[in-house]
Design a protein around this ligand. Structure first.
Ligand code: NAD
Length: 294
């Protein structure tokens, strides 16, 4: 069996997979691969899948499967799995880091201090204590964010298409009720036709003036031009994001917007999480090798 590591994984993974077959990271060998391991970079499009006639299994190390043409894979009898549990803490911690960075003006504070300025009197901070957080899409990651928000003394409401309850949540709302209620929003949505462009001009208009938005879900769940306009007008007080409509967001207008914190899609990339992803991949490979993977 040939296993192609098409994206980067923890350095221990090739050694751990060696007992199942030949392991390679040479993408030119896709044509003879039985199993392809990907993260978010490789796009398993129809063309990619068609170029791999031996392919039987795609494992996405991570959560979102929007980079896999699952319909086409299914039509070819190729199994597609992800590692949904591994990344929750890693992404939630980044979402929280972005949410703390905005009201504490950390980016301006850092850049100005390094530049020799001393903005002690100019930089005004606000606290998260007693503020209201709206979690949009509250599955595994959203719940980890809720837990952290409670520790900071925030009120936490969620919007989700399925019922969500947890000791860390003060209530579930319809989106139209949630939007005017919150000081902060954290997006944890999968990219689907329903979530594409969900946070647009009309929905931003329903938010409180100065609300801050955090996005560690998927870039295309927001309309970036509408976010930009709202940041420029002050309607949005800040935008912290790990994800973009196009990645990398080369020359994207959003990068010039005020009151922002940007990360290069590193939500899942903690050392600990890469190990957890590897553990889940090995478990899946074990089941696959034993013929136990449904
Ligand atoms: P999850 O499946 O546990 O939770 C997603 C939640 O979104 C579910 O509760 C689901 O019911 C809800 N949802 C789906 N469609 C919706 C809609 N139209 N409106 C409202 N709610 C909707 O997934 P998760 O592990 O919490 O991950 C969430 C997303 O985070 C992933 O799909 C992925 O896009 C993104 N993610 C990003 C990174 C990163 O590196 N930044 C890493 C991992 C995951």
């Amino acid at each position: 069996m040939k296993i192609l590591l098409s994206d980067s994984f923890d350095a221990s993974l090739p050694g751990r997979l060696a007992k199942y077959g030949e392991v390679t990271d040479d993408k030119n060998q896709v044509g003879s691969a039985d199993v392809v391991l990907i993260r978010s970079k490789t796009k398993c499009t129809r063309e990619f899948i068609d170029a791999a006639p031996n392919l039987k299994l795609i494992i996405r190390g991570g959560v979102g499967l929007d980079n896999v043409d699952r319909e086409h894979a299914k039509s070819k009898g190729i199994k597609v799995y992800n590692t949904p549990k591994a990344s929750s803490v890693a992404v939630a911690e980044l979402a929280f880091a972005l949410m703390i960075a905005l009201p504490n003006q950390l980016i301006t504070a850092h850049n100005s201090t390094v530049a020799g300025q001393w903005l002690k009197k100019d930089l005004k901070r606000t606290e998260l204590l007693n503020k209201t957080l709206g979690i949009i899409g509250c599955g595994r990651i959203g719940l980890e964010v809720a837990k952290r928000a409670k520790a900071f003394g925030m009120k936490v409401y969620v919007y989700d298409v399925v019922p969500v309850s947890s000791e860390y949540i003060d209530g579930q709302k319809e989106l139209a009720e949630l939007l005017p209620l919150c000081d902060y929003f954290s997006l944890h949505l999968p990219l689907t036709p329903e979530t594409t462009g969900l946070i647009n001009k009309e929905r931003i208009a329903q938010m409180k003036n100065g609300a801050c938005l955090i996005n560690t879900g998927r870039g295309k769940t927001v309309v970036e031009e509408d976010i930009l306009e709202a940041l420029q007008s002050g309607k949005l007080g800040g935008y912290g994001t790990d994800v973009y409509v196009a990645e990398p967001p080369e020359n994207a207008a959003i990068l010039k917007a005020p009151n922002t914190v940007f990360a290069p899609h590193i939500g899942a990339s903690t050392k600990e999480n890469l190990l957890r992803i590897s553990d889940e991949v090995v478990l899946l490979m074990d089941q696959f090798a034993k013929g136990e993977l449904a």
